[in-house]
Write a protein that binds this ligand. Structure first.
Ligand code: N01
Length: 878
């Protein structure tokens, strides 16, 4: 341990910025580990957010029993909260109680603002520059440390109000995010409040009680539910007191860091209006953020969300007497909970008071703040502006959230790169904890972590524990530095965005998106995958030897590059769901049972989109037997180009019906007719029956194009999996036979070779639906081992691939067949064939064909439709 203090420079192991709940616990952990640590805090006391946000009505919006530390079990009995949502003074008292109990203040430098910090690569140390928050120490002082922890909070830098004339007002000016320590009395005063987020909504009812006149300037109405202040519900306390440790553990693995929140499996659209309203009434009655969404799809489905929106609109109209004011208070430009919903006490009812006026800034924007008040535009063009006089203006205009405090601390990393520049297009982090180019810089609840979408206490503790354990690991293993890899960081950001994009969250102009600060990049800042899932990822990173990190020390550097979550989130959820069902593997079944199982699964899937017309028929197979087909015609005037389609199923399973949603989708997206062929299957008809039937079907369609109402000279083939194999082989057979002319081939995850030694088999041979065992079962049923190298079985082995039609080949990252599909694309291109090769990241063998089940593969199918349109060019009717 080192702790040498000079007049203006201190050297410690760890420097922590911020003495809120994050910084306090981080200090405790570092001390307990025997490290020297100092906390730099601009305020004169502990508490962070709760030190600064002293505005009237400030309270937490997570039940206080949950919004409290779990790391000191004695606190569970030493401290008792008086209300379900404690007030700011009570939370601040709690912070002080903990600081006293653990004697934290001795290592906290109050009144000290960090001005900048830079990484010294030679010394492997951070140099952190500070100044007295009141400007009294001239040149300031410096702290040198190995580890630099930003415990700066997510909502700690009040946004400079972007209101014209800001600064001109000569009366009293307040900011909710930086409220005076002495009492502010609005009695008898004319007060303006600008902003109707959580801070505005909490303070407005109280200010209204004091002020002679309160004018609320609202730009965006917000959703708010009653907080129902009072004592905490007894049933909750019983649960908590019976086993506090288990209660806390439950919170750590929950979705938002609050234990025992039921997660519904039911869609809001699948219940009756009465059931839905009863559920929403219960949410309204409970007034708990964790229990506002009684249905599974309020966060993902606009129509479902609309039912909740309408319910709250109804409540607002019930509460507010004046119908016009009620309408102005109804949020309509964003979905429920895409901005953080608020909990209030009498917020909407406040607008029934005689002394309260609501100004709708969407109709009458602020023209300027003046020396005496606020001028707004008139309602109609040409209307005179209105000048309002006030004694006090309260800015409840929010924060430069999540990144403001970190970027504002002027951090310069390796090679002189400023964090501000590194994050110019939005923050890039690995796990929200660290960022590339800034070794040993840690963020507590940073962007890319659940943070503001969670109970902050739970997220803070998890981050502090992870950082502390990591520092411990570095010391015991002899490492000086830790830094994430580019790949791990890029993929984490993508993973977080992938989840956000499955939800309605990015549709709102919220501070979650950085939209409240002019010029801030528009990216979704917190990690929306949930507290438990996030903790799982962090734990796995460690269990896999700090996956995605480089650790370096005197004896060298170790990079364990890799990606912690690369399967797309909806695909991962589907895999987990299937695994939970514990179904027997297909290869353990008889062929008959496997076919029955596939047919039963098809019964319960979404049907796929409507097409213009569906016609079933038969065509002759290669041996003269009748093969059923299904023709899908687009909803446009024909004749259409035609795609002869071959279903998947390993030459053993499936039929012209099995890929029905896929064919409908392809028909709609491509504008072409799709003719899906039920070629013969193994083991009844082994190799080369499927291959020969494929070619026979193409010949028959070309010859009967007029009867089918399709264009003979606009014929392409397509297939998925084994069907991709049949389609590829049909192209080779048509080329070798001199016709019919096939003008394009679309191969989705095609089987092109019989070689299982490619890496995709070892990487993806288990756990991603299509397994090595199942492929073995398929090949064994289809083809004798000595026949498998025949190009009709393994088209990759054809003597030449020259002269084949232009191809679009789709391969999926988590498919055992990925590498042979890639190899076919490369071989075609090498043979001079025009190839569009799409390598779908995060997808599996079966995900792309799961029409209307999964969202992320939709882009791949859109590209497939576009590819066919490109092949058919102007011949696709619109
Ligand atoms: O800030 P906000 P907040 N002209 O950004 C408006 C947490 N919190 O301090 O939406 C006019 O939500 C802005 O309008 P618009 C909680 O996570 C928790 O209230 O941009 N208006 C909006 O109405 C919360 O989400 C508690 O159109 C302007 C308001 O100001 C987060 O902190 C309590 C404007 C800002 O709302 C932030 O809440 C308080 C302009 N130029 C806060 N600029 C608890 O209960 C902004 N606005 C625990």
């Amino acid at each position: 341990m080192s702790d040498s203090t000079t007049h203006e420079q201190t050297t410690v192991d760890v420097v922590i910025v911020g003495a809120g709940f994050a910084g306090m616990y981080q200090l405790k952990r570092m001390r307990d580990a025997g490290l020297s640590a100092v906390v730099l805090e601009a305020g004169d006391g502990v508490g962070g957010t709760w030190y600064w946000n002293r505005y009237p009505g400030a309270r937490c919006d997570i039940l206080t029993v949950d919004y409290s530390y779990s790391w000191d079990p004695e606190l569970e009995t030493e401290w008792e909260w008086s209300e379900r949502y404690a007030t700011q003074p009570e939370i601040l008292r709690y912070a002080n109680f903990v600081a006293d109990k653990h004697d934290l203040r001795t290592d906290i430098r109050f009144g000290t603002r960090v001005t900048s910090a830079e990484w010294d690569e030679a010394a492997k140390r951070w140099t952190v520059h500070t100044e007295a928050a009141d400007g009294s120490d001239g040149s300031g002082s410096t702290v040198v440390a190995q580890h630099y922890v930003m415990a700066t909070g997510c909502l700690s830098v009040p946004k400079v109000p972007d209101v014209p004339g800001n600064g001109r007002f000569e009366g009293e000016v307040y900011s909710t995010g930086n409220w005076p320590h002495e009492d502010v009395d609005f009695t008898g005063k004319r007060v303006a409040v600008i902003g109707t987020g959580s801070s505005g909504i909490q303070s407005i009812p109280i200010i209204a009680e004091q002020a002679s006149q309160l004018t609320v300037f609202q730009r965006t109405p917000n959703f708010s539910l009653p907080a129902h202040h009072g004592p905490i519900a007894e049933e909750r306390l019983v649960e908590y007191r019976s086993d506090p440790a288990a209660y806390r553990e439950e919170a750590r693995h929950s979705r938002i860091g609050v234990p025992f929140v039921p997660i519904s499996e039911v869609s809001a659209l699948d219940v009756s209006e009465e059931e839905r309203l009863a559920a929403y009434e219960e949410s309204w009655r409970r007034g708990e953020l964790g229990q506002l969404s009684p249905f599974r799809d309020l966060g993902t489905n606009a129509e479902a969300n609309d039912t909740m929106r309408r319910f709250i609109h109804g409540k607002i109209r019930d509460i507010v007497d004046d119908p016009d004011i009620a309408e102005t208070l109804c949020p309509t430009n964003h979905y429920f909970a895409t901005k953080r919903p608020c909990l209030d006490t009498n917020y909407y009812a406040t607008f029934n008071r005689e002394n309260v006026r609501l100004v709708d800034l969407l109709k009458t924007p602020i023209e300027s703040i003046t020396e005496t008040g606020i001028d707004t535009a008139g309602t109609e063009p040409g209307d005179a502006a209105e000048s309002m006089e006030f004694d006090a203006i309260v800015f409840a205009t929010g924060f430069d959230a999540m990144t403001g405090a970190i970027v504002g601390a002027n951090i310069t990393g390796r090679d002189g790169v400023a964090l501000r520049d590194a994050w110019a297009d939005g923050p890039m982090t690995y796990l929200g904890l660290m960022t590339v180019g800034f070794p040993n810089l840690y963020m507590i609840t940073g962007p890319g972590s659940p943070s503001v979408l969670s109970n902050m206490m739970v997220s803070i503790e998890q981050h502090v524990d992870w950082i502390s354990d990591t520092v411990d690991h570095m010391r015991s293993e002899g490492f000086d530095t830790i830094e994430p890899t580019e790949l791990a960081q890029r993929k984490w950001v993508q993973h977080s965005n992938d989840i956000a994009n499955l939800t309605l969250l990015p549709t709102a102009n919220s501070w979650y998106m950085g939209a409240n600060v002019p010029g801030k990049p528009s990216v979704f800042l917190p990690y929306p995958g949930g507290v438990g899932a996030y903790r799982g990822a962090c734990d796995e990173v460690v269990a896999q030897g700090y996956l995605g990190f480089t650790l370096a020390g005197p004896s060298g550097a170790t990079t364990n590059d890799g990606v912690i979550r690369s399967v797309k989130p909806d695909v991962a959820a589907m895999l987990a769901f299937v695994e939970e069902m514990g179904l027997p593997p297909i290869e353990s079944m008889s062929v008959e049972d496997a076919r029955a199982f596939m047919a039963a699964s098809a019964e319960v899937r979404p049907p796929g989109p409507d097409v213009g017309e569906i016609v079933d028929g038969v065509l002759p197979g290669a041996d003269g037997s009748e093969l059923e087909y299904r023709l899908y015609r687009p909803d446009s005037e024909g004749p259409h180009p035609v795609v002869v389609y071959f279903h998947g199923g390993g030459w053993v399973l499936g039929s012209h019906e099995s890929d029905d949603p896929m064919c409908r989708d392809l028909c709609v997206r491509s504008g072409a007719a799709i003719l899906s062929v039920n070629y013969r299957h193994a083991p009844e008809a082994r190799f080369p029956a499927a291959a020969d039937d494929g070619f026979a079907a193409v010949q028959w369609v070309a010859a009967h194009a007029d009867e089918l109402g399709v264009l003979a000279d606009q014929l392409a083939v397509a297939g998925w999996s084994a069907g991709g194999n049949v389609a590829a082989v049909a192209c080779q057979q048509a080329r070798d036979a001199g016709g019919p002319a096939i003008i394009g081939q679309l191969l989705l995850n095609p089987a092109t070779d019989c070689d299982f030694s490619r890496p995709s088999y070892s990487e993806n041979g288990e756990g991603y639906t299509l397994t090595t065992a199942l492929m073995t079962w398929f090949w064994d049923h289809y083809c004798d081992p000595e026949q498998r190298t025949d190009p009709k079985a393994s088209p990759l082995r054809a003597a030449t691939l020259a002269g084949l039609p232009p191809a679009m080949i789709v391969t999926c990252e988590f498919d055992p067949l990925r590498d042979e599909g890639d190899a076919y694309a490369e071989a075609l291109a090498a043979a001079g064939v025009e190839v569009e090769h799409l390598q779908a990241e995060g997808q599996t063998h079966t995900s792309t064909s799961a029409v209307d089940v999964l969202i992320t593969p939709t882009a791949t199918r859109a590209a497939m439709g576009d590819a066919l349109r490109g092949i058919f060019g102007a011949r696709v009717p619109v």
